[in-house]
Design a binder for this molecule. Structure first.
Ligand code: GLU
Length: 257
């Protein structure tokens, strides 16, 4: 049985309107519940607070100023947890909300407390759902993106695998949006400058990260012996295939410690 961290990006959770992609989120929660029922330990890192707050507040676009972003996050985080509580509850699973900032990772005592709570929640059979505490995280203390946050979580609790669900199938040899000859790379053993160059500077319109933050997350994971997979979140059955050892998306192989 594995300890798995699953990161769900805003572009997977929400339509471009900022409102919840109900069908997809229902399928995801059902699949994750089943994976948990099969005996795996699952931790979810979920983005979407700001995106869903934008939808709920009826803002015309994702805000750029910090107070509006934080206000949107405060509204959206409620909506997010309400949704997870309801959907995981349908399969008899209990969710737990953990909101952290960079300070909680940098300060050794706080980091230890966080890891202890996570481990205890897993022992108690809950599904921890983690996000950055966007309502208080300003640039001095921010982790900044949930790919990095998810990698830090995987590292903190010795996860076997981190799965980043995104709106892209994985890492390509070129930008697949503009280059039809771009090919999906199924496996990376080592991240060097040539791999980093493939990350470009891509970011989705709704989320924060892009391939750059995913490669940074892969470096954190690989160094602590955790495998990381980037896969398309639009097809939740990818999660089953990954756990069955099938080749899905791009796998970054953790070093053998
Ligand atoms: N914490 C942000 C949110 O919930 C997302 C950060 C990210 O997408 O990487 O909206």
């Amino acid at each position: 049985m594995m300890r798995i961290v699953i990161k769900i990006g805003t572009s997977t959770l929400a339509h471009p309107t900022g409102l919840l992609n109900v069908r997809l989120v229902e399928q995801l929660c059902k699949t994750i519940s089943d994976i948990k029922n099969a005996g795996h330990e699952v931790i979810v890192v979920s983005s979407g607070a700001i995106g869903m707050g934008v939808g709920k507040l009826g803002l015309l676009q994702r805000p750029k100023d910090i107070p509006t972003k934080q206000a949107a996050a405060a509204v959206g985080q409620c909506e997010l947890m309400y949704t997870y509580d309801k959907l995981f509850g349908e399969y008899n699973h209990t969710v737990a909300q953990l909101l952290i900032t960079g300070e909680d990772v940098e300060n050794e005592t706080r980091h230890q407390n966080f890891s202890n709570t996570l481990n205890r929640l897993l022992e108690l059979g809950a599904i921890p759902i983690i996000n950055e505490n966007d309502t208080v995280a300003t640039h001095e203390i921010v982790i900044g993106d949930n790919d990095t946050l998810a990698a830090i979580v995987a590292q903190s609790i010795g996860a076997d695998r981190l799965i980043l669900l995104s709106d892209i199938d994985g890492l390509y040899t070129a930008d697949p949006h503009t280059d039809p000859t771009a090919k999906l790379i199924s496996r990376i053993e080592k991240i060097d400058d040539s791999v980093r160059a493939l990350g470009g500077s891509s970011a989705s319109s709704q989320g924060t990260g892009g391939m750059v933050t995913k490669l940074r997350a892969a470096e954190i994971c690989m160094a602590c012996g955790c495998d990381m997979v980037i896969a398309n979140g639009r097809d939740p059955s990818n999660l089953y295939d990954i756990l069955d050892g099938k080749s899905v998306g791009t796998t970054f192989k953790g070093v053998t410690l």
